[in-house]
Write a protein that binds this ligand. Structure first.
Ligand code: SAH
Length: 216
C-alpha cells in the first residue's frame, strides 16, 4: 500500500481523471470533487501507481479488483446522497468506493467477505483517517438487519440475482443500486415506493467480479 504519499503530480492526474469521467458523461459535481480529492493510488499496491489514475479496474489481491473509476462515479451518482444518510455498501474491497461515499458525509456501513481484504482495508482506513461507522467481515447477501433500514444500499460485485434481504432493508424512498447478471451485469436501481412496491430502473451493461454467497 505504498508510502502514503500524495503529491502535486497525483493531484494533477486526479484532475485529469475527473476530466475524462466528465467527458464520459459523469456530470455530478460532488462525485467529480470526490474523484479529485481521494488519492486512489494509495488504495492499490505501490509499484502500480501508474495505473491508479487510468479509468480502469485493477487487481487488489484475493482475486478481487478495485472498481473502475467510471463505475464508482456512476453508481454513486445514482444514489443522490444527502449528508447524514445511512448507507450500506456490499463489497468493501480496497475501500475506494467507501471513501467516495464518505465524501458525502454519510454514515457508511460496509461489508466484505474476504478476510484478507477485510483486515487490510480496516487497517488502511485507520491510517488514512477514513471513518465508516462500521466495517464488517461477513456475507453481504444478508445485508445488515441490525442497522436497517438504510437510505441507500450499494452493491459493488455482480449479483446473479437480487438478494431479498437487501430489498427488505431499504427505507421507503430508499435506493438499492446493484449490478445484476452473471457474465455481464445490468446496472439496476430499485427505489422503494412503499412497503411492497419497488420501482426498477436499468442503466446499461457493466462488468464486475461476482458477488459470492456464504463463505466465512
Ligand atoms: N468497492 C470495491 C469493489 C471491490 S470488488 C473497490 O472499489 O475496491 C467487489 C468486492 O466484493 C470484493 O472485495 C469481494 O470480495 C466482495 N464480495 C463478494 N461477494 C461478497 C459478499 N457476499 N459479501 C460481501 N462482500 C462480497
Amino acid at each position: 500500500m505504498g508510502l502514503m504519499k500524495d503529491t502535486l503530480k497525483h493531484r494533477g492526474m486526479r484532475n485529469q481523471l475527473a476530466e475524462v469521467l466528465f467527458e464520459k458523461g459523469i456530470t455530478d459535481l460532488k462525485v467529480l470533487e470526490a474523484i479529485k480529492s481521494i488519492p486512489r493510488h494509495l488504495f492499490i499496491d505501490s509499484g502500480f501507481e501508474g495505473h491508479a489514475y487510468q479509468d480502469k479496474a485493477f487487481p487488489i489481491g484475493a482475486d478481487q479488483t478495485i472498481s473502475q473509476p467510471y463505475t464508482v462515479a456512476f453508481q454513486t451518482g445514482l444514489l443522490q446522497l444527502k449528508p447524514n444518510q445511512k448507507i450500506l455498501e456490499i463489497g468493501t474491497g480496497s475501500g475506494y468506493q467507501t471513501a467516495v461515499l464518505l465524501h458525502y458525509k454519510v454514515k457508511v456501513f460496509t461489508i466484505e467477505r474476504q478476510s484478507e481484504l477485510f483486515k487490510k482495508t480496516k487497517i488502511f482506513f485507520e491510517k488514512m483517517g477514513y471513518r465508516p461507522k462500521k466495517i464488517i467481515f461477513g456475507d453481504g447477501y444478508k445485508g445488515l438487519p441490525e442497522e436497517a433500514p438504510f437510505d441507500a444500499i450499494i452493491v459493488t460485485a455482480g449479483a446473479p440475482e437480487v438478494p431479498k434481504p437487501l430489498m427488505a432493508q431499504l427505507k421507503i424512498g430508499g435506493k438499492l443500486v446493484i449490478p445484476v447478471g452473471l457474465e455481464d451485469q445490468i446496472m439496476t436501481m430499485f427505489v422503494r415506493k412503499s412497503e411492497k412496491e419497488f420501482e426498477k430502473k436499468e442503466f446499461g451493461s457493466f462488468r464486475f467480479v461476482p458477488l459470492l454467497e456464504d463463505k466465512n
